[in-house]
Design a protein around this ligand. Structure first.
Ligand SMILES: Nc1nc2c(c(=O)[nH]1)N[C@H]1C(S)=C(S)[C@@H](COP(=O)(O)O)O[C@H]1N2
Ligand SMILES: [Mo]
Length: 219
């Protein structure tokens, strides 16, 4: 569903998704707040891995890749690839749930747990929100406690293979308990904040939190 570098196609894609949000499309009205089902309401399982983004897929050579972590933290840092890879690495298997209705089970991600990042930068007591920024200009916002959950990773590999450019390599966020739009690709900045800053889709009608089991598709 990538719209390439065609700004017209890109505008149409964004408009179509905003219209879905306005119409409340895909809502089943049968929430599962206890997460008793593995497949959240209104989702269908796929085995492929669709590509979704704004149509800009930045190419970031490892030598040029940087991750800045700043804002309401005691110890802001900018990591290069070597510094990132020397942090403790973890593997975690989790499911992906995209708001456009597809879910994909058992994704084996490798990377750095967000808890490692929190230990490194030490968020100030005032920090309550986390804003993820991609190299394509995309942003998405999370509550700090959602970013901190133990299955959240800054991932560089999927099923043992380095993340492809289209799926957000060199590094993307993986926030499995929320819709996949929260999992920023081509990650280049993580900003901690006392105030919330709704991101690209959040200001265009998507829900601010995005819990798939309670169908928080649209805000
Ligand atoms: N930087 C960036 N991250 C992004 C996006 C984007 O446009 N830019 N799209 C989001 C959306 S809407 C989805 S569904 C997932 C898609 O990830 P995939 O292409 O690996 O399936 O990436 C999310 N992360
Ligand atoms: Mo999405």
């Amino acid at each position: 569903m990538s719209s390439g570098d065609d700004p017209d196609a890109r505008a149409k894609l964004v408009a179509a998704k905003q219209a879905w949000a306005r119409a409340g499309r895909l809502l089943t009205g049968n929430p599962d707040p206890d997460r008793s089902l593995r497949l959240p309401p209104g989702q269908r399982l796929v085995t492929s891995w669709p590509v979704l983004d704004l149509g800009i897929q930045p190419h970031v050579p490892l030598a040029e890749w940087r991750l800045t972590i700043d804002g309401a933290v005691a110890n802001p840092v900018t990591l290069d690839w070597e510094a990132f890879r020397s942090l403790p690495q973890t593997e975690d298997v989790s499911d992906v749930h995209c708001v456009t209705q597809w879910s994909r089970y058992d994704n084996r991600w490798t990377g750095v747990r967000t808890s490692v990042i929190l230990d490194l930068v030490k968020p100030l007591p005032s920090a309550a929100h986390v804003i993820l920024h991609g190299y394509d200009g995309y942003t998405t916002n999370l509550r700090l406690e959602h970013f901190a959950e133990d299955d959240c990773l800054l991932a560089h590999s999927h099923d043992g293979v380095p993340l492809s450019r289209e799926h957000g390599g060199p590094v993307r966020a993986v926030i499995p308990r929320y819709y996949f739009w929260k999992s920023a690709k081509w990650l280049n900045r993580i900003a901690f904040s006392a105030v919330d800053r709704p991101g690209f889709w959040e200001v265009r009608g998507y829900h601010n939190v995005g819990d798939p089991w309670t169908e928080e598709r649209y805000g």
